[in-house]
Write a protein that binds this ligand. Structure first.
Ligand code: SF4
Length: 494
């Protein structure tokens, strides 16, 4: 880096023409160290940018209430900054929308874990940071000041989860999704497919969740067919996943999934004992839903056989609770022995794990590596955890609700703790495309803290815990398997 330390903000502003003339002779990596933040910094930074150089600003020593707004100002000025905050990285940060979001997320996490009230207040005041940077007015109907921010383009693949029903034949002990007798409005969801394809992204993703999506198989067929039709018409690439408990899996469903390249995520938590203890039948399902029997393991196992026989792409999800952490490796081996060659371990969210259970889970990951590492490294077994975008608690997919509203999908990991419906971003009827609809980890975490963490300290602790579990398992995989794989694959969108 060509770092120029001898130019002050005042000097830049005092003779802009001279500065720009000098800057025109510098190389492309020139950086002008403007020193500590002052009243002149923002204006000087803009001149430095105009000259083709990077302004570097020192934000050390600022109180939290001043630091957070300063970050926004410096983002607007496209500056790089140095910070000495405990939540900030030691090296200079080039402020962009993405790096600002990352810094704010780190700061929020720090505020939540230490109780730093000033920092938290400063972050609350800039929860809608994209709106603030754009100088847009606040939406008086948006209690969280987040909606405007979700109208600006994220870098990720647009993903929309279609929550086709809130019904399910089961009541799994660890399920945090609020279940009641309500199905999606078909027209809203069909519109959701069109909206997903209307943006500029080359790749889009549809995800079918519930409740149990196969309770709405005719609707899923319509949505998938529409998606594949639009894929052909637009030339975009469409990825489709469907999560299911397997109870309604039939050769017809499996063949449809194969023929339309729908990846099926089948829930099966390990051996019969663990699965049947955790995945319980709904004792009083609505009249139109057939009551499941208690052998949920048997149902999922049969479904796996049907899917494999049809040649459908199948991926088994094992959800592990803290009290069952010690069973993860055994469950993984059991499911692999049934012929599953794509597996993912999900740690239950919305419940506290604590250090001990987290360590146990990491040890279980170690056992999986010992037993299956060669198959994983050789690509014979796909361990989807290698691609999981941890911490999953703040995964940024959006969800199309049964009532047609677009919500943050990650709220489903806590929604049982709240009366009423999820925080809505918009209604699918109110938007023409998803080009600009996406979220960031900061926004997702800000939503959870505002709705749940601020209501009960217990929820705040569970969130911090779940974030820590995600980072622990990701870190463990990087340390113990990363070398053999030449580094972990890019954590994609799970
Ligand atoms: S099958 Fe899925 S939606 Fe149904 S209760 Fe279990 S976890 Fe919840």
């Amino acid at each position: 880096m060509d770092l120029r330390r001898d130019i002050t903000a005042q000097a830049v502003l005092a003779d802009r023409r001279r500065f720009l003339k000098a800057a025109a002779t510098w190389g492309p990596d020139a950086t002008v160290d403007l020193g500590p933040l002052s009243a002149d910094t923002a204006a000087a930074a803009r001149v430095v940018r105009k000259g083709g150089a990077v302004p570097l600003v020192e934000l050390s020593g600022l109180a939290d209430r001043a630091l957070v707004p300063a970050l926004l100002h410096m983002t607007k000025a496209q500056a790089s900054v140095t910070l000495d905050a405990p939540w900030a990285p030691p090296q200079p940060v080039a402020l962009t929308d993405a790096s600002l979001s990352d810094l704010l997320y780190r700061a929020l996490r720090h505020a939540e874990s230490t109780g730093a009230a000033d920092l938290r207040a400063a972050l609350d005041a800039c929860r809608g940071y994209r709106r603030i940077l754009a100088g847009a007015p606040r939406d008086p109907d948006d209690p969280l000041d987040l909606r405007y921010d979700l109208t600006h383009a994220p870098a990720e693949t647009p993903r929309l989860t279609f929550l086709v029903t809130r019904n399910c034949q089961l009541r799994c002990r660890y399920c945090m999704v609020k279940l009641w007798d309500e199905d999606a409005v078909d027209a809203d969801h069909l519109r959701g497919v069109d909206v997903l394809f209307a943006g500029e992204a080359d790749t889009v993703r549809m995800q079918f969740y519930g409740g149990e999506p196969l309770l709405r198989f005719p609707l899923i067929q319509q949505l998938v067919r529409r998606g594949r039709q639009l894929e052909g018409e637009t030339g975009k690439r469409l990825a489709i996943i469907l999560i299911t408990n397997g109870i309604l899996m039939t050769p017809e469903v499996a063949t449809f999934c194969r023929d339309h390249d729908v990846e099926v995520l089948l829930s099966l938590d390990g051996g019969p004992e663990v699965t049947n203890q955790g995945r319980l039948p709904h004792t009083r399902p609505p009249a139109h839903i057939e009551r499941a029997d208690g052998d949920t393991h048997g149902a999922a196992r049969r479904a796996l056989g049907v899917l494999k026989a049809a040649g459908a792409r199948t991926h088994v999800i094992l959800t592990i609770t803290p009290d069952q952490a010690h069973t993860a490796a055994h469950g993984f081996a059991h499911v692999a022995s049934l012929g599953a060659d794509m597996l993912q371990i999900c740690y239950a969210m919305g419940v506290g794990w604590g250090a001990q259970a987290t360590e146990t889970l990491c040890e279980q990951f170690g056992q999986i590596i010992d037993r299956h590492g060669d198959d994983i490294a050789a690509g014979r077994l796909m361990w989807v955890n290698l691609w999981r975008n941890e911490p999953v608690l703040i995964d940024t997919a959006l969800q199309l609700e049964t009532d047609g509203r677009v919500c943050f999908m990650n709220e489903c990991m806590f929604e049982k703790y709240k009366q009423g419906r999820n925080y809505g971003v918009t209604h699918i009827d109110a938007i023409d495309d998803l080009r600009h609809v996406g979220s960031t980890r900061f926004h997702n975490y800000a939503m959870l803290t505002a709705i749940y963490g601020d209501r009960r300290p217990k929820y705040r602790d569970i969130m911090l815990d779940n974030l820590a579990v995600g980072e622990a398992v990701r870190g463990y995989l990087a340390e113990h398997l990363g070398d053999r794989l030449g580094g972990l694959p890019h954590a994609g969108e799970t």
